[in-house]
Design a protein around this ligand. Structure first.
Ligand code: IMP
Ligand code: ZN
Length: 372
């Protein structure tokens, strides 16, 4: 049974909703389309992995004390001043998931957390596309072994419940990206439930020209693309255009895509602040435009948006652009999929104050934007 902890913005939104609103949110079929495996491990599972952990001489090894201190920070809530602080949270988690056995335990716990009923008696999601970066630990685990361990757990849920997206980290060398895409194509051709390729990692790292050939190869082999894009204001319009020209099916965050680029690629028009959202008609248009995976708490805590009223979801909704509501990393962000939906329904300033009809349409868009 899941033991998820919800704090911060999601908790505040849940707290102001009526019991009937929560029942309504539980009743919606919901797809989680943007969840990073190593960012979504439940705290009790990290503690179990820590008990089994034996430090060694390998480069990613850390002392038990250092990992314990990081787990305590996750429990108390990590303070982030900027998005780059976020990527320093992962070494402690990676130290604990550095073998196929530990990766299996972590994957099973994440899938349970999303798909099995929690303490409230309800599952978070009807369906999940979990994503993860293939990792190699010399002498302990190859990238293929890592993916095999994760895939076995995903397969156990059935294709109607779960699929796997292989993430390419922007810090990878071209050689490693090539290996990861090759593995994804091969495993998919063997009938394994790999549904797409993600581009993720520190948005300030890497060069889009190096990613392009690998993402193109994946797309040509029939893998759908979801790309973290425009997470920070500093990313150049050339990078936005290069990524959009690859024909992604979905986009992660898309926070700082300038109106001119949104107009050119998606036909967006500038709309006044008070224009009503057009979410009802938009469910019919899902196939037209890449669905934007929206992670409200993640954006608030990473400070890429100042508050919900200024959140870019409003610009996408007003332009009838498909969106899906996702958690990103439940471990550092201490949220849940229910909590993210609560942020849609709760009245400002704790939420966006959307109507139930609008929330139903958004949940349906998430289900319609699955890669299966
Ligand atoms: P993993 O791919 O299962 O190892 O999940 C953790 C990894 O996901 C991190 O090391 C980051 O590379 C990536 N990640 C998690 N959240 C974000 C995000 O919001 N933006 C970009 N990359 C992210
Ligand atoms: Zn992400």
């Amino acid at each position: 049974m899941s033991t998820r902890i919800v704090e911060g913005p999601a908790k505040a939104a849940l707290n102001i909703l009526a019991e009937d609103d929560i029942t309504f949110l539980h009743s919606l079929p919901k797809a989680e389309l943007h969840a990073h495996l190593n960012g979504s491990i439940p705290l009790p599972t990290l503690r179990i992995l820590l008990e089994q952990y034996q430090p060694d001489d390998l480069p990613n090894s850390l002392s038990k004390d250092v990992i314990e201190a990081q787990i305590r920070k996750f429990e108390e809530g990590v303070g982030l001043n900027k998005i780059s602080d976020f990527f320093s949270l992962f070494p402690a988690v990676y130290a604990l998931t550095s073998s196929p056995e530990a990766s299996s335990i972590a994957t099973r716990a994440v899938l349970d957390d999303f798909l099995e009923p929690g303490l409230d008696g309800h599952p978070q999601a009807t369906y999940i596309e979990l994503r993860t970066t293939p990792r190699e630990i010399p002498g302990k685990m190859s990238r293929r072994e890592y993916l095999e361990a994760v895939l076995k757990e995903v397969e156990a849920r059935g294709r109607e419940s779960a699929g796997l997206i292989v993430s390419l980290d922007r810090r990878m060398t071209s050689e490693v990206m090539h290996e990861c895409v090759g593995l994804a194509i091969q495993l998919k051709s063997e009938g394994r439930p790999i549904v797409g390729i993600d581009l993720c990692g520190d948005p300030q790292a890497g060069d889009v020209e190096n990613f392009k050939p690998h993402l193109t190869q994946a797309r040509q082999a029939g893998l759908r693309l979801t790309l973290h894009i425009a997470e920070i204001a500093e990313t150049s319009p050339d990078e936005h255009r290069a990524l959009l020209n690859l024909g992604p099916s979905r986009l992660g965050h898309a926070t700082f895509l300038p109106p001119s680029i949104r107009e050119h690629y998606f036909g967006h028009v500038s709309v006044s602040e008070d224009a009503p959202a057009d979410v009802i008609t938009m469910s019919r248009r899902v196939a037209d435009k890449p669905c934007v995976e929206i992670c409200l708490t993640s954006n608030l805590l990473c400070k890429t948006v100042p508050d919900l009223q200024a959140h870019h979801i409003r610009a996408y909704l007003k332009n009838s652009h498909p969106v899906s509501i996702c958690t990103d990393d439940t471990l550092p962000f201490r949220t849940s999929l229910l909590g993210e939906y609560a942020l849609l329904l709760a009245k400002p300033p704790h939420g966006l104050g959307l109507s139930r009809e609008e929330v139903v349409a958004i949940a349906r868009m998430s289900m319609d934007s699955r890669f299966i």
